[in-house]
Ligand binder design. Structure first.
Ligand code: AMP
Ligand code: MG
Length: 485
């Protein structure tokens, strides 16, 4: 049954029951004149929330953190982490309140005010970054990439200072768990190994029950996290997603994409692309993400070491590279429309990346258009060819690709259908989020809703939205996203 009133719902508690070493009860700081500006009806329905709730008077106040709904126990959890490769000590939750669970999903308010972990900051999130998080969580879900979700967006006229004066907003985000690698690091580096074990037991019982069948549960959980992280990052690479701040406190234990800040999707291909303007050394560049995944897993394994056998832990970490490469090759094989495995496949892919790099070929548009490849001998494939500077070099690659397709007796029409289910037509380019933000700043949230609906079905043609599949406009080059949010 779908709840039409908040008093028909009751939040369950999970994390809060671990006790006050793990979190602190803290109420939201009331936000002036909150109004609900985006509502994810599909996710709401999954959580048992009726559409009618979107119009309910209390809803904006609840999602602003002004009013606690029935059964909610608003807490901020404590975690630490490695930021940009350096141990940073205790970090958060500085601005996220966990209300409890609905239908087995944790409900978190990001930007609902200060917590004991705010470290002098204001506990707020600005409208700009909240729209970016709201849109990208749902865009990633549309791309079938594991992610936290976004249920609602509440805006307020309340001023918030960043580089300039902005206004406050709160994103309601949803995930089975918001546990981060940093939660475990917190107790490990604090020398609180009894709490560390309790936290791991809690995580295993709820999120890794299959690990209970293994001799060492903690090792089994680590094995799963290694595999999921490898898989997640392979999917990021395939779609051209750059996270921007892969600190260990932004790494989900469940292998979800978590904490949308200065992320970006590749426009033209550049393996060294840095989406976060605060990342001067390019630690979190597109090409570095796989290796950073391993660095972060090393931090997690280190934190779990009191419960692990050292050699087994090292062996698990050593499996990462192989798992990642296998997942990546699978993803690119699918993107190429291949259904069989050949020893030279990776060579074929590398040769393509080299040419895309040299030509600054648009990532999303190229992959989408590759479905149209005509595998008849001598076919010109002009639309594809025109995306490269060295046309003859592309012709040579196209001939290799043609032969590879014919080796598996690929049928163009069938391959096209297959490829269009894995190469999205639409991704959340920075300029799309920026336009939605600019309009929202003027009080018009229609573009947020439009882009959300578009990106819920990124593999569909949606001809009425063709413009969103175009090359980014010139002004997009000047856009800069940083950690400031
Ligand atoms: P981030 O770089 O956004 O992942 O944030 C790193 C840590 O700083 C997290 O623990 C956040 O909760 C915290 N934080 C970021 N911005 C704020 C803010 N405006 N107020 C309080 N805490 C914040
Ligand atoms: Mg974070």
């Amino acid at each position: 049954m779908q709840a039409q009133h908040w008093d028909e719902l009751s939040f369950g508690q999970g994390y809060a029951e671990l006790g006050d070493t793990f979190s602190t009860d803290v109420a939201g700081t009331p936000l002036a004149s909150p109004h609900l500006v985006a509502w994810n009806a599909e996710l709401a329905a999954q959580l048992g929330l009726d559409e009618a709730l979107a119009a309910h008077d209390d809803t904006a106040a609840i999602f602003a953190g002004n009013v606690a709904p029935h059964g909610a126990r608003s807490i901020a959890t404590v975690y630490s982490g490695h930021q940009f490769g350096v141990w940073a000590g205790q970090l958060g939750d500085g601005r996220a309140l966990l209300l409890g669970e609905l239908s087995g999903q944790e409900i978190q308010l990001k930007g609902a005010g200060r917590t004991p972990y705010s470290r002098g900051a204001d506990g707020r999130a600005v409208l700009r970054s909240s729209i970016r998080e709201y849109l990208c969580s749902e865009a990633m879900h549309g791309l079938r990439i594991p992610t936290t979700r976004a249920l609602a967006l509440v805006a307020s006229p309340e001023p918030v200072w960043r580089e300039t004066l902005e206004t406050a907003a709160v994103v309601t985000r949803v995930a089975p768990s918001f546990l981060r690698f940093g939660h475990f690091e917190h107790f490990y580096y604090g020398g609180r190994h009894e709490e560390l074990k309790r936290l791991a037991d809690y995580a295993i019982a709820r999120y890794f029950p299959e690990a209970l069948a293994e001799a060492n549960h903690y090792q089994a959980m680590l094995d799963t996290v290694v595999a999921r992280t490898a898989d997640l990052i392979a999917q990021w690479q395939a779609v051209g997603f750059c996270h921007g701040v892969m600190n260990t406190d932004n790494m989900s234990l469940l292998g979800l994409t978590l904490d949308y800040g200065p992320y970006g999707f590749l426009d033209h291909f550049d393996a060294g692309h840095i989406c976060n303007h605060s990342d001067h050394a390019g630690r979190y560049s597109y090409g570095n993400q796989p290796e950073i995944g391993l660095f972060n897993l090393n931090c997690l394994a280190q934190a779990l070491l009191p419960m692990l056998d050292r050699d087994e832990a090292i062996a698990a970490l050593k499996r990462y590279q192989g798992l990642f490469e296998a997942a990546l090759e699978d993803a690119f094989r699918a993107k190429l429309g291949l259904t069989t495995v050949q020893p030279d496949d990776w060579d074929l892919m590398i040769a393509l990346f080299d040419q895309m790099q040299a030509s600054a070929t648009d990532w999303t548009r190229f992959w989408r258009s590759l479905a149209q490849f005509d595998s008849a001998p001598g076919a010109a494939n002009t639309t594809l060819r025109d995306q490269f500077v060295e046309r003859e070099a592309f012709d040579a690659w196209a001939e290799r690709y043609r032969q590879r397709l014919s080796q598996e007796s690929s049928v163009d029409l069938e391959r096209r259908v297959r490829m269009n289910t894995v190469n999205p037509k639409y991704v959340l380019r920075n300029h799309m989020a920026e336009t939605a933000i600019r309009m929202a700043t003027q009080g018009d949230f229609s573009e947020v809703a439009r882009v959300q609906a578009l990106l819920a079905r990124p593999f569909d043609e949606q001809p009425e939205h063709e413009a969103y599949a175009g090359l980014p406009p010139d002004w997009a080059n000047a856009l800069s996203v940083s950690c400031s949010s």
